[in-house]
Design a protein around this ligand. Sequence first.
Ligand code: URA
Length: 458
Amino acid sequence: MSSSASAPLHMIDLIRKKRDGGSLDAREIGFLVTGAANESIPRDQLAAWLMAAWLRGLSLDEARALTLAMRDSGEKFSPARLGKSAVDKHSTGGVGDKTSFLVAPIVAACGVAVPMISGRALGHTGGTLDKLESIPGFRTALPLQKFEAVLMKCGASIIGQTKSLVPADRVLYALRDRTGTVESPGLICASILSKKLAAGLDALVLDVKTGSGAFLRKPEDSAYLAALMVATAEAAGTRTVALLTDMGQPLGHSAGNWIEVAESVELLRGQCPAQSEDLRELSLILAGWMIHLGGQAATPELGYSRAEKALADGSALRAFFAMVEAQGGDVSVFDNPGFHSPGATRLVSAWESGFISAMDTTALGWAVQRTGAGREKAGEPVDPHAGIDFHARLGAHLEKGQPLATLYATSPALLAEPEAILRQAIHFSSTPPQKAPLVSRIFTRESAEALLRAPSNS
Ligand code: URA
C-alpha cells in the first residue's frame, strides 16, 4: 500500500508495511525520520521498525530517501568560510579502528579542512567520541559556530551528533546499538552519510571494513555496502571514494578508549611498533586519498607521500594537539605515563604453541566492550581506561606461555568474561594463515553504479 499524498500517516502502518516486506516511499520515510528527530514517535515503535528494516532490508530507493531525510533532520554545517576544501573520511566500524586520530590531523596539516561528525561505540565496535572523551576535558558536543572556529584554527575538528545536528541519527544510532539492528546496509548507509552530507563536504573517503570484525563480513556484502554508499553520496553531490579494507584482526595493537588515543599519539610522534604498522599504513592510504580529493596532490599516491611527510615532520602531531586543546582537552596527559590507570590488569598468555591462524574479531570487539570500554545501555558512562592490548598479530608464531594480550578494567570481576571470550576467539594452528590484503578494492562512482546495476543487486 503506497500512501496517498494527503492521507494521514501512522507509525503502526509503517511498521506493519516493512514487517510484511513492503517498501516505504519518501513521504513515509520523512514522517518516520521527523518523528525520530523530534522524539514524537515512541522508541518502542522506532525499535520495531528498525528490526523490520533489518530483517527485510531496505531497497535502494528507501536507503537513499532515509539518507536524505536524516541529513535534513537538523541544522547543517557550511565549510564555505574555511577558504579551503573540506574532506572527511568515515569507517563502517571495526575493532581498534583509530585511523581518525591520525588522518584528521595529517590531512589538516596538508592544507585540507576535516570537519568530522562522528559517533559513539556501536555494537561490537568502538566509538570515536568515546575514545576522544578519555582525554580529560575534551568536548565532543560543540555548537556549529565553535566547530567552525576550531576548524579555522586547527584545520580539523571532531564532534558528535546533537539534538540539532543530525538529530535523527542521534536517536536511531543509539537505538540500533541496543536492539541488535546495526548490521544492515541501508541503515548503515543512511547513518553514515546523513552525518557526512550534513557537514557540507567537498569530498568523502569511506573506509568499508570486510572480514571477521566488520558489520558485513563477507566481501560481497561489504562491496555492496561500499557501492551503495558511494552511489548515494555521489547522487547527493559529494565526490566519494570507498576503500574495502581488512578487518580480519584488530587494527593496531590496542582496542578500548584511552589506549587507542595513546597508540595514535605514539604514531603521530613518529614511533611505530611492529604491531601498529597496519594502522600507520591504512591511515596514510586514507589520508593520501583525502589530500588528493582535497586538491593538494595530483594523485592518491602523491597524497600518500605528503601524508608521510606530515607525520615525519611533526606537523600532524601539532595539528592534533591544537585540536585537542581547542576542544578543551588536556594535552599534558600525553606526557604523563601514570595517566593510564585501570583498576585491574590481566595478562593472558598463549595457551598452546603455534601460529595465530584466525581471529573472530567481532567476538574480540564484544570482549573489549565487556571490559567496560563500551556500554550495555544508552547513556551509560564508559570506562576510559578499559580495553585490550594485543601483543601478537595474525600469522605470528607464539610458544605456549608467551604474552598474547593484556586486559584492562575497573575491577578483576570485569575481566573474567572478556578473557573467556578471547580464549574462544583466537585460534592457533601449525601452519601460518594466508595474509589478507589491507585494501582489497576501491570504488568510485562508475564502479559503484556498475555493481548496483548487476542483476543480483537490482
Ligand atoms: N558508523 C556510523 O556512523 N553508523 C553506522 O551505522 C555504522 C558505522
